[in-house]
Ligand binder design. Structure first.
Ligand code: GLN
Length: 454
């Protein structure tokens, strides 16, 4: 995999940092265990992985795709990083991402774009485009992403790979650079459902360092993926979300989705249509909640504690240094979010914006509850379109935001959801994703359906 990265990553640019020495040392340690007849740490011991650059890695730069964290080297490992290392997983390096995970194309990275291996003129999705591109380009068999509004599932969809957003609180956020804390969730990315399940069980589980971490057993996703592989979905009720269609959806995507639903029927599933009327408001509500939380979280980048510091040699006040640093260190989209969030949280506006969005969030959760009273899983396209061209949406933030029309509801409710490859669009020959959603802590349901479908 290191050879593959050396050969093609100057073209794909999935990685921001390759840790050749660390990866070889980790691999050698597994080899030594095997040679000495010692049991290996996990079924994934020795398997290489690409880690999104939003997770803290001790002694390895962690930039979050931002100039403000350029050259920042954390003094500790995130819980996800630690669990990977303890499982013997070989971390190859850190992957490119939209700055602070804000974006749907990886074009907002301060360190250049990542290209979609299916068509180098197109985006790999975002914010976790580097992780998904590394899988699609065969630079790594496993990767880790984070999903605040779709950043695992949408890149998986447009690169023809598998991406899973676990139940909120299922995977620790300790050491994950915070964007929108009530929505952020780390999760597994892979090329097959079983690989994602094996990785899921390595990274999930309670963590006393994260107060929102769920203290409950990890859902049995590996067993579910193996069970699903038999291809029998008799007795499973699948709901097709009626709201996920309309003017923003490409006919090639809707066609692939219809064929997927047919496959689920052929596997024995009972398919019904389900209405979740408040999903229509998920996108606007998300774009109040996520920027509000971001404006608060990003206050920590004050030129005093981490990374970049601009202007302190000129006798400026601390406040001036903070302003100059934030002006130079944050990109356009991050500044846009900080401004929107600060405005929405301003005194006098709270009830009209943030408070209202929180109410919508509750209505979305109720839609899910009602739907899961009728069906075991919900399905939809993962994204309204296939991979778009590099540059096509950079000047139109709202068009960029629409990439997450189908993924955001699951973040709002905290429920798990995943994307699995659903063939190619008949319009442009590019990958389409099937999204499968399940109730909280019922990940095994979606893994079973995904494995059967795959
Ligand atoms: N594209 C969405 C945003 O820009 C989601 C990002 C994410 O899930 N990290 O906020």
């Amino acid at each position: 995999h290191l050879d593959r990265i050396a050969a093609i990553d100057s073209t794909v640019h999935a990685f921001l940092h390759v840790d050749t020495e660390g990866a070889l040392a980790a691999a050698r340690a597994v080899d030594e265990d095997v040679a000495a007849g010692r049991p290996v740490a996990s079924p994934l011991a020795g398997v290489p992985l690409a880690l999104k650059d939003v997770f803290a890695t001790k002694d390895i730069p962690t930039t979050c795709g931002s100039r403000i964290l350029e050259n920042w080297v954390p003094p500790y490992d995130a819980t996800v990083t630690r669990r990977l290392r303890e499982a013997g997983v070989v971390v190859l390096g850190k992957t490119n991402m939209d700055e602070f995970a804000m974006g749907s194309s990886t074009e907002n990275s301060a360190f250049g774009v990542t290209r979609n291996p299916w068509d180098l003129d197109r985006v790999p999705g975002g914010s976790g485009g580097g992780s998904s591109a590394s899988l699609a380009a065969f630079e790594a068999p496993l990767a880790i992403g984070t999903d605040t509004g779709g950043s695992i599932r949408q890149p998986a969809s447009v690169t023809g790979t598998v991406g899973v957003k676990p139940t909120y609180g299922g995977v620790s956020r300790y050491g994950l650079v915070a964007f929108s804390s009530s929505l952020d969730q780390g999760g597994p990315c892979a090329r097959t459902v079983l690989d994602a399940a094996l990785l899921h069980e390595v990274i999930a589980g309670h963590d006393p360092f994260d107060s929102t971490s769920i203290d409950a057993p990890v859902p049995p996703v590996v067993a579910a993926a193996r069970e699903g592989a038999a291809g029998d979905l008799r007795g499973v009720r699948v709901g097709v979300v009626r709201e996920f269609t309309g003017e923003w959806y490409q006919s090639g995507v809707l066609g692939a989705f219809e064929r997927s639903v047919e496959v689920l029927r052929e596997l024995g599933a009972e398919v019904v249509e389900v209405s979740c009327p408040n999903f229509d408001y998920a996108l606007p509500a998300y774009y109040l909640i996520a920027p509000s939380e971001a404006s608060s979280n990003l206050a920590r980048f004050d030129a005093m504690r981490y990374g970049l510091r601009v202007g302190d040699e000129r006798g400026n006040s601390a406040e001036q240094v903070m302003a100059l640093t934030r002006e130079a260190g944050f990109g356009e989209e991050v500044k846009r979010r900080i401004m929107v969030g600060t405005y929405a949280l301003s005194s006098g506006y709270y009830d009209a914006y943030y408070g209202q969005a929180q109410k919508v969030r509750t209505l979305i959760s109720r839609d899910f509850e009602r739907a899961f009273g009728e069906v075991d899983v919900l399905v939809s396209p993962t994204t309204p379109t296939t991979a778009f061209r590099i540059g096509e949406r950079v000047d139109d933030p709202v068009a960029m935001y629409r990439a997450d029309l189908c993924t955001i509801p699951a973040n709002m409710s905290g429920t798990p959801a995943m994307s699995v490859p659903a063939g190619l669009s008949e319009e442009d020959g590019l990958p389409v994703g099937l999204q499968i959603m399940a109730p909280a802590l019922q990940e095994q349901r979606m893994y079973k359906v995904a494995a059967a479908y795959e």
